[in-house]
Design a protein around this ligand. Structure first.
Ligand SMILES: NC(=O)c1ccc[n+]([C@@H]2O[C@H](COP(=O)([O-])OP(=O)(O)OC[C@H]3O[C@@H](n4cnc5c(N)ncnc54)[C@H](OP(=O)(O)O)[C@@H]3O)[C@@H](O)[C@H]2O)c1
Length: 420
């Protein structure tokens, strides 16, 4: 039996979950792996208030150096959250030759280059499976069992809060603000939900997952981002009538000579595998040239599911004689600026002769053809809802059409991409 000595940075939700899993499952894990995990120290801000776990006093510390500078600690597990001081503590641990396990998508996305370089330099391991998709082993899959592939696309539901909100909006016909308030009351959305609902959390995740999938660094500023705050119950209901389900997707594409990385709401056909992923679940749909398509689905957050991925990483870090370092191109592929997809355009149009002709004429003028159209609530002289779903078209051309429409006769209320 080999003892593996751990230092935990942070003992909140995830740190506490790891503490529990190591304590409750440690004997079984030791039998299975021959590794006995021991938490030597856990960094907290205040020894008296640290999330309510029964942690012996001698394990708690408020001094980061008790972990980062202790030669006995082999693996540093970072669960502080946020960019700093998490990133600099991880860097210091790697510099001291300690492997790092982290669930922190923000610090990893923003500081990946320097962390990876330091890991390469000192030979320490950098493991971060839990930073994307919680318990879902997608990053390990991309780096090992799926490595013999040219991965062309990754498309994921990687934020449980927004998936929960959209699922309830669809099921209840409820508006975004009402469901958000309820989700906050139930503890399923943060008091400040910005990072989730504006798509930042998902953007950090696609920057990490896309970098590994396409072996080309995707920086946070490369990720086009739109959240779910402009989505209405009406959009979801009309989309459903036309055979689509709305999801917040994190999408990465490798076009061969360029890449794309985006987070935005998108309609998916009801029979797409991601369309049935409801509530707070996460799922990632991948396409690679040899495995073709694949979907991984599971719990993307929560202390126990996240701790499952973290302890898995700890075991890898302890077992690997040589730590794998993700291979990335020296010159990252450029980020393309010519997104194409189908579009759902919801308009309030005057119920008068010539209006349809104006809409279809402008679309035709940009070379955009219409795949489906629906009109609702027609009342002569009044306004009707008009939905147009286009065939695949350049985003820039769709924007030009929207700008060219005369708002006196036709107001565009929302434009949503259609994927799948
Ligand atoms: N929650 C999830 O389901 C989930 C899933 C996947 C990944 N993650 C990632 O896991 C990380 C941790 O998330 P979490 O939910 O566990 O957050 P959390 O509950 O807020 O825990 C963070 C803990 O770190 C402590 N802390 C912050 N700065 C510190 C410092 N300088 N020194 C000592 N302690 C410090 C905090 O103390 P105070 O509370 O006193 O400030 C808190 O106890 C984040 O990067 C998150 O993105 C979370």
């Amino acid at each position: 039996m080999r003892e593996v000595t751990l230092g935990l940075l942070g003992l909140g939700n995830i740190g506490g979950g790891v503490w529990d899993l190591v304590r409750e499952f440690g004997d079984e894990l030791a039998t299975r792996t021959g590794l006995r995990l021991r938490v030597k120290k856990a960094l907290v801000l205040d020894k008296k208030i640290h999330g309510g776990k029964e942690v012996p006093d001698e394990v708690l510390t408020t001094d980061k150096d008790d972990i980062l500078e202790d030669p006995e600690i082999q693996i540093v597990c970072e669960f502080l959250g946020g960019e700093q001081p998490a990133a600099s503590m991880m860097l210091r641990a790697l510099e001291n030759g300690k492997s790092v396990v982290s669930a922190n998508k923000m610090a990893l996305s923003l500081h990946f280059d320097e962390l990876r370089e330091m890991a390469k330099k000192t030979g320490a391991g950098l493991y971060f499976e839990a930073s994307v998709g919680g318990a879902i082993p997608v990053l390990t899959a991309l780096q090992s069992p799926l490595i013999a592939n040219h991965v062309e696309q990754v498309m994921g539901i990687v934020n449980g809060t927004t998936n929960y909100i959209l699922t309830r909006m669809a099921a209840e016909g409820a508006e975004y603000e009402d469901v958000l308030k309820d989700a906050q009351r139930l503890g399923l959305a943060e008091p400040d939900p910005t990072a989730d609902v504006e798509g930042m959390d998902a953007a950090y995740k696609i920057s990490i997952m896309g970098s590994l999938a396409f072996h080309s660094r995707i920086y946070m500023e490369d990720v086009y981002r739109e959240g779910i705050t402009n989505v209405s119950a009406e959009d979801i209901a009309f989309g459903r009538e036309m055979g689509y389900v709305l999801k917040l997707l994190a999408i990465g594409k490798d076009n061969g000579d360029s890449i794309e990385a985006r987070v935005h709401p998108a309609f998916l056909p009801v029979d797409h595998p991601l369309a049935r992923v409801d509530g707070s679940l996460n799922a990632i749909y991948l396409y690679g040239h040899s495995f073709k398509d694949m979907m991984l689905e599971g719990r993307g957050a929560g202390d126990a599911p996240t701790a499952s991925a973290i302890v898995g990483d700890i075991v890898l870090a302890a077992r690997n004689a040589v730590h794998p370092v993700a291979w990335l191109r020296e010159d990252p592929l450029p980020v393309a600026d010519d997104w194409q997809s189908k579009y759902f355009i919801r308009m309030k149009a005057k119920d008068a002769p010539g209006v349809l002709a104006e809409v279809t004429g402008l679309l035709a003028g940009e070379g955009i053809s219409v795949s489906a159209m629906m009109q609702k609530g027609a009342a002569p002289g009044g306004k009707a809802t008009l939905i147009v779903i286009t065939h695949i078209a350049p985003e820039k051309a769709v924007r030009r059409v929207v700008e060219a429409l005369n708002p006196e006769i036709c107001q565009v209320e929302n434009v949503i991409r259609v994927e799948g």
